[in-house]
Design a protein around this ligand. Structure first.
Ligand code: NAD
Length: 490
């Protein structure tokens, strides 16, 4: 069944295992609700440990079978067909995700519609040109240094950017010759089927990609399954700690892309119009439901009132409503639980010494759906909960500082280190400040993720990097074969 303007309900009760849509082993189902209305959008089955086990075995068979013996060029060809099949479904995908999690449609078009196919093409190109075997002179003759696939990958994803976050794992894994079991989040229960349909159309061999929607218990079964070689996880720091501990116990490779509480540093020479033009992407992207949002704004005391005024106006001017309306700049929260979490933090802000300068409630005009007004607290001490904990909603804090050194100290005074930005009319000065921030990504005068460059976190924001050519390292193992000097001349 396809999504139509009439908003048909979807039934996605099968799992994609071994190249087919198969019946679940258990009977748990999940009713997905539309973020903008709170009404049913569709029904999906939730997988059990037995479904995960079947998917991992399929992935393992594919790895041991023909996929494990493909050349890079053969994999690249299949990946490009997969990209074409996803491109043909891009509108369907981005619309469905917006309905599931409230993402404004233009953003969804970019990250759920276009980016997954782009990543497949990017990694197809990279693997075709990357030398996977090289002979080097050695004291005894020659050593052949090979790069081999890590093996079966368990990919676990959150609900906020479900398609691109899944493909940030699937594309480099397939390029490297790995096979994948994807476990998406129940909060975005429905869009995963599009990957399965596209994989079938593209002729992806059975077992190379398997998709089982499941909750955290079955997710834990994937993490500890004996036939899984590597876990690629994106989600909360709390879950990442548990998964990292289990992978440590098993000596299992893992990458962890976790939470954030990033800072936007407004330097005293900032052009306010430039700052305001970039504020939506930097601090409110996807209704604040983005791991990299710069929800802590650090403002120089010499221009403090001006910055507070600009941010408050920006927040008040955001258009809150149906994420499918292209004019809307702030959609709803993804779930009732997420709404309650964000409102809880707004209450904590109101009880603190901070000054509420915009928002602070649910929008009166929207009687259904999980909407929150874009909210700004000024005069926030950086040690307050609202400045230290990840809120994951359209809520920002503003903290005054004196001098660049204090701005750097405050930006780094966080357990996280994922995103960030520096705003200035002097790019060299901005770059100098950016180099001092302990974070995985940071922008000068804008913040937009570059899918061609490594992405990930420092401190409690994660381990390892996704994206860019560097992400292939996550899915390849080195092997050194000691041989004779004859190998140097082949
Ligand atoms: P979450 O940690 O609750 O869940 C993420 C996924 O992990 C879901 O599929 C969930 O079912 C699964 N899961 C949870 N506990 C598990 C466990 N013990 N074992 C196995 N699987 C488990 O996170 P969420 O609420 O879905 O997503 C929001 C979080 O994700 C935020 O903290 C956000 O910052 C983070 N995030 C990080 C990045 C990044 O690249 N660093 C990107 C997007 C989101």
């Amino acid at each position: 069944m396809t999504v139509t303007a009439a908003r048909t309900e979807l039934e996605r009760t099968r799992f994609f295992i071994d190249g087919e849509w198969v019946m679940p082993r258990g009977s748990d189902t999940h009713v997905a609700l539309e973020a903008a209305t709170g009404t049913p959008l569709g029904t999906a089955s939730l997988g059990t440990d037995a479904d995960i086990d079947a998917a991992v075995h399929a992935a393992h068979r594919a790895l041991e079978g023909p996929w494990g013996h493909t050349t890079a060029a053969e994999r690249a060809t299949v990946m490009r067909r997969f990209a074409d099949a996803l491109s043909a479904r891009a509108d369907e995908t981005s619309t469905l995700v917006s309905r599931e999690n409230g993402m404004p449609i233009a953003l969804s078009n970019a990250f759920n519609g276009a980016a997954p196919a782009g990543l497949l093409r990017m990694y197809a190109d990279l693997i075709e040109t990357m030398p996977l075997e090289e002979a080097r002179p050695s004291p005894s003759g020659a050593t052949i240094v090979r790069r081999e696939p890590v093996g079966v990958v368990g990919a676990i994803t959150p609900w906020n950017y479900p398609q691109v976050l899944a493909m940030m794992k699937i594309a480099p894994a397939l390029a490297a010759g790995c096979t994948v079991v994807l476990k998406p989040s129940p909060e975005t229960a429905l869009d995963g089927y599009i990957l399965g349909d596209a994989a079938i159309e593209a002729g992806l061999p059975p077992g190379v990609l398997n998709i089982v929607l499941a909750g955290r218990e079955a997710g834990a079964a994937l993490v500890s399954h004996p036939l899984v070689d590597k876990i690629a996880f994106t989600g909360s720091t709390a879950a990442g700690r548990l998964i990292g501990a289990e992978c440590g116990r098993l000596i299992r490779r893992c990458t962890l892309e976790l939470g954030g509480k990033s800072a936007a540093i407004v330097l005293d020479d900032t052009d306010i119009a430039t700052f305001v033009a970039g504020l939506g992407d930097a601090s409110f992207q996807n209704n604040g439901q983005t791991c990299t949002v710069q929800s802590r704004i650090l403002a120089p005391r010499s221009r403090y009132a001006e910055v507070v005024d600009a941010v408050a106006h920006f927040a008040r001017d955001m258009i809150v409503g149906d994420p499918l309306d292209p004019a809307v700049t702030c959609g709803p929260m993804a779930s009732q639980a997420q709404l309650e979490r964000v409102l809880g933090y707004i209450d904590a802000g109101k009880r603190s010494s901070a000054r509420l300068v915009a928002g602070g409630a649910r929008p009166a005009a929207l009687s259904r759906g999980w909407f929150v007004e874009p909210t700004v607290f000024a005069d926030v001490d950086n040690s307050e909960r609202i400045a230290q904990e990840e809120i994951f909603g359209p809520v920002v804090t503003i903290t005054p500082y004196d001098g660049d050194d204090e701005a750097v100290r405050l930006a780094n005074d966080s357990e996280y280190g994922l995103g960030g930005s520096v705003w200035t009319s002097d790019e060299e000065r901005g770059l100098a400040v950016a180099r001092r921030i302990r974070t995985g990504t940071i922008g000068v005068n804008y913040y937009l993720q570059d899918l061609g460059a490594p992405f990930g976190g420092m401190k409690s924001s994660g381990l390892g990097r996704e994206l860019g050519p560097e992400a292939l390292d996550n899915y390849l193992e080195y092997k050194s074969i000691y041989a004779s000097a004859d190998q140097l001349h082949r």
